[in-house]
Design a protein around this ligand. Structure first.
Ligand SMILES: [Zn+2]
Ligand SMILES: [Zn+2]
Length: 334
């Protein structure tokens, strides 16, 4: 079968590879759609230690069951499934204390195991979720990034009717904003230095938009209850920390480069009782994300801006790196 292979850092090819084996407890999934995300580019650039080369990337995918291994119950050929790609060791301190995404041996499909940028992929049956008929594969492949958003909200633990400010109106910022609305927000404001991203956010029904905090600050007269940093730029973390209302929360969702520091005012965090919260990847959030996607919380169809065949993976990477569109997906055979 055909698959995208990263033989080593900075290199990719579309190559013939062996068919996945149908092992006990595993399914083979014919990939219907697989999204590219920043992590895939980090793997390609050698900035993601969890990945093992050679690597078949792709961790945001959905498709059709075409192989059912021995001892699998609950799935049959032809089932449409989404896949929770993270695989935790199950034995370490964090896995045994309900914090599996912090597992030092975490890996998964598309990182330490072959992933979804292929015609077919082997997955643990325990990680497959049957899709409602109304969800397309394109929408279902958005469930994994949405599961990151849902996990972030579990960490944030907001209250109904609160004000949100999201720094960064890229694909994830827009998904966070839609989920905030779904989660009962009173106000959702977005900041981005790129006006075209704000114009795009407007088409998703958001109207508290600005290129700077000044342009949205009247939407949160005392600051915002929930401030979500979704750019991964340390200077933005500093600005974002200033926009939290006393008693509010700052959620760090964007991925800043390791080792880089930002400057916050400890006195303010003390006096105003600001919660600073980190959120990384997914944990117990795939199923609620699938349910939210199926309920229409996220306009999944409009979140996908580009679709490419497997053979055109290079064009797909260029589309991601251009930063112009939203989610770019690979659809084998398209
Ligand atoms: Zn991803
Ligand atoms: Zn573990």
């Amino acid at each position: 079968m055909r698959a995208v292979v990263f033989p080593n850092v900075h290199r990719f090819e579309v190559a013939d590879v062996a068919e996945p084996e149908v092992r006990a407890g595993w399914l083979t999934v014919q990939v219907g759609a697989a999204g590219i995300c920043g992590t895939d580019l980090h793997i390609l650039d050698g900035e993601f230690p969890m990945a093992k080369f050679p690597c078949i990337p792709g961790h945001e995918f959905a498709g059709t069951v075409v192989g059912v291994g021995p001892e699998v119950t609950g799935f049959q050929l032809g089932d449409r499934v989404g896949v929770m790609p993270s695989v935790f060791c199950g034995r370490c301190h964090w896995c045994r204390n309900g914090r599996g995404n912090l597992c030092p041996d975490a890996g998964g499909f598309g990182t330490s195991l072959p992933g979804g940028f292929a015609e077919r992929v082997a997955v643990l049956a325990t990680h497959a979720y049957r899709l409602p008929d109304r969800l397309s594969f394109a929408e279902a492949a958005l469930v994994e990034p949405l599961a990151c958003v849902v996990h972030a909200f579990h960490r944030l633990n907001p209250r109904p009717g609160e004000r949100y400010l999201i720094w960064g109106a890229g694909t994830m910022g827009l998904m966070l904003a839609q989920y905030a609305r779904f989660a009962g927000a009173r106000t959702v404001a977005l900041i981005d230095i790129n006006r075209s991203k704000l114009d795009r956010a407007r088409t998703f029904g958001f109207e508290a938009l600005g290129v700077s905090y000044e342009e949205v600050r009247d939407r949160g007269p005392f600051g915002f209850d929930n401030v979500i940093e979704a750019t991964g730029v340390p200077a933005v973390v500093e600005d974002a920390s200033e926009s939290v209302t006393p008693g509010g929360r700052l959620l760090l969702f964007g991925v800043c480069p390791p080792g880089v520091r930002a400057s916050l005012e400890p006195y303010r965090i003390y006096r105003d009782e600001i919660d600073i919260i980190g959120s990384m990847a997914v944990y117990d959030s795939y199923e609620p994300a699938l349910d939210a996607m199926a309920s229409g919380a996220i306009d999944g169809r409009r979140m996908v801006s580009h679709t490419f065949d497997l053979e055109r993976f290079g064009d797909a990477v260029d589309a991601v790196r251009s930063g112009e569109g939203m989610k770019v997906q690979i659809v084998p055979g398209s």
